[in-house]
Design a protein around this ligand. Structure first.
Ligand code: BTN
Length: 253
């Protein structure tokens, strides 16, 4: 792990590890043993990085892998993934062209249409762990992924892992305070302002069905609203594919 300093907001305690299976698993283990809210587990690399839906998150040195323990007073804790996405977008925006950082439901952060980050919220008893991976130096091979992976380096942004972690934790502390004080409304506004596919035709793909419709927004809890021929449908989970318009580059079939 680099010796470069990380300026930590007062609300966090940093645990630096060289290699770990998964920072999420490690943070969940520590939280179950009583680790305080604000404990940040940060690893140089992961041997068993976890993605959504049981996928592997390829985790060589050079990228950011961190997991933060929360003991949220607000429910539903699932809104934390929106809080995190907005905070990470704000951390990345100074490195990118205006409008180049976008958010894709449920919790992907895109840069120039490629997936630059993944967010994985996992729950335990009385705590949740917010895991974030950012492709700083490298990204996985394209293969047959629905969303083209990319990295900050590949998009021409020269920045260290430490600087991204600094900026992310700063913005996250500010957004968590806002969320706790004012609820989901400001988070939703900030998230929708960067949303891919808003107002456009999309498909929501579930393991058992694919539902076409128009992405009209998020409800008060962060549930996706889809206008379909049969009326508005609501989704708390799934994958979104943008079918046309400005966001279509974010999805491939
Ligand atoms: C996704 O599939 O998009 C979510 C990926 C989340 C990866 C991060 S890396 C840090 C933390 N530890 C893990 O094992 N996963 C998350």
């Amino acid at each position: 792990m680099s010796a470069a300093p990380v300026r930590l907001p007062a609300s966090y305690t940093l645990i630096r590890l060289d290699e770990v299976g998964s920072t999420n698993a490690e943070a969940l283990r520590r939280a179950a043993e009583g680790a305080a809210a604000g404990t940040v587990v940060w690893a140089r690399c992961q041997s068993e990085g976890r993605g959504r839906r049981g996928r592997l998150w390829v985790s060589p040195p050079g990228n950011l892998y961190c997991s933060i323990v929360f003991r949220p007073s607000r429910a539903p804790a699932a809104q934390l993934s929106y809080v995190a996405a907005v905070a990470l977008a704000e951390a990345l925006e100074p490195l990118a062209a205006p409008g180049a950082v976008r958010l894709k439901w449920p919790n992907d952060v895109l840069l120039n249409g490629g997936k630059i980050s993944g967010i994985l919220l996992e729950g335990g008893t009385g705590h949740v762990v917010l895991g974030t991976g950012v492709n700083v130096a490298t990204h996985p091979a394209d293969e047959a992924r629905a969303l083209r992976p990319t990295s900050l380096a590949a998009e021409g942004a020269e920045v260290t892992v430490e600087a991204i972690l600094d900026a992310y934790l700063d913005h996250l502390a500010a957004w968590v305070s806002r969320w706790e004080a004012a609820g989901f409304a400001p988070v939703r506004t900030a998230w929708l302002g960067r949303a891919v596919g808003l107002g456009e035709p999309i498909e929501v793909r579930l393991p058992t069905e694919t539902i076409p419709g128009r992405f009209t927004g998020l409800d008060d809890d962060g549930v996706l609203l889809l206008a379909t021929e049969g009326g508005t449908r609501r989704f708390a989970a799934g994958d979104v594919f943008v079918l046309s318009g400005e966001g279509a580059h974010a999805a491939r079939h």
